[in-house]
Design a protein around this ligand. Sequence first.
Ligand code: GLU
Length: 462
Amino acid sequence: MSGAPRYRFAPSPTGSFHVGGARTALYNWALAHRDGGTFVLRIEDTDEVRNRPEWTDGIIDALAWIGISVDDPTFEGPHFQSASAAEHVRVADELFSKGHAYYCDLTAEQLRERATMSGRQGYDGCSRDRGLGPAPGRVLRFRVPDGETVVNDLVRGEVRFDNADIEDFVLVRGDGSPMFLLANAVDDMATNISHVVRAEEHLSNAPKQQLLWEALGRPAPAWAHVPVLVNEKRQKLSKRRDKVALEQYRVDGYLPEAMVNYLMTLGWAPGGDTEIVPWSEIEQSFRLEDVNHAPAFFDEKKLAAFNGEYIRALPVGEFVARCEPWLPEGWDRSRFAAIAPHIQSRVVTLTEAAPMVDFMFLEGPVIDEASWDKVMRSELALPILERSLAAYEGVDWTSEALKGALDQIGQTLGVKLGKAQAPVRVAVTGRTIGPPLFESMELLGRDETLRRLKLAQDRADG
Ligand code: GLU
């Protein structure tokens, strides 16, 4: 192999962009970027039935979100497979004219009969020596040579295939349209791809594609087939069953850097004692040879833990900025910025921030009835509310003073601060859990706090 490496990512635009695709893209990106190579994006859009142009935009947006940008000098494309149809046909003709492929006119029905009669599955090569030329309805098949095909896979090592187990596969259908296998390999050749890093499900295509490269006198690329992602039941992740759309994680408040870091650890570990590692380091240490063969568990809980950790590490101003898309219109941004430091360590996703502090922005808190019942049933609830109201009329309006006053009330009534806080928290925030209470009250201000305490007192009294 000569020159700088050329990697490629070749998604089919047939659905929302899958987290598994994102991981494959990142593997290619890390290698191309680090080694001064190129990352080629090829959209495999030849399936006219399942293909939709908006999915292509979705792929490009999703890639940009995880840091793979069309504006980066490493990036090439997108190329569209549908634009190379003439090249696919040209290569098919070349394979035919060099004797590496032949036409067959047997119908599917006839082939089934032959298989039943011989008791052997698969195509038996019956038209290999019939010397048929092209004609409508005839498929072009590759003449698989005798011997063995050894796929040198960077993840799996040597994978050996006995050519006797590979049937003479179809390159071009009876209607003249190229098969996926041919189009995919021809596009890789046309763009001088040196490394094919892709999902494990394509490993069975690799020997066939390698045979095509060899038949055309080209050295095959380096292969790497990366393990599938599975859910907690060890089932392959599926669109119908699992949350697999990358976009959904974006909407649900995941940080792209957490997602990227987590995806890279599926089947690979950065070394050292933590898996939380910035991209710059990942890029330096990632090696296909270190990728595990076993299926990788896509653990949403672990992803959430990564996300929480990334959120906590943000400078607070940055945290505020990242929350912005989820903040309702009309909320006072400076008030949000003031409460933000108190919730940053408590949220796992950005979507959780606004609901956690909504009581700061609403006319009054929306009382959660379960919280109310739990806390206000205590016979101490009313005395605590009454005494806090009285104490908070005159106290210095600082979180320390508010805390000190409530602590005192608790002591007089024989309860710890934690217990004494509960009715005040439900009165002021509507819930039993939330950001630190005294800081919240300090920001909310005396008038509004007292108003809410009074409302709660009236209700508890009534
Ligand atoms: N278009 C194929 C897919 O999305 C990729 C094939 C390849 O990477 O070679 O599964």
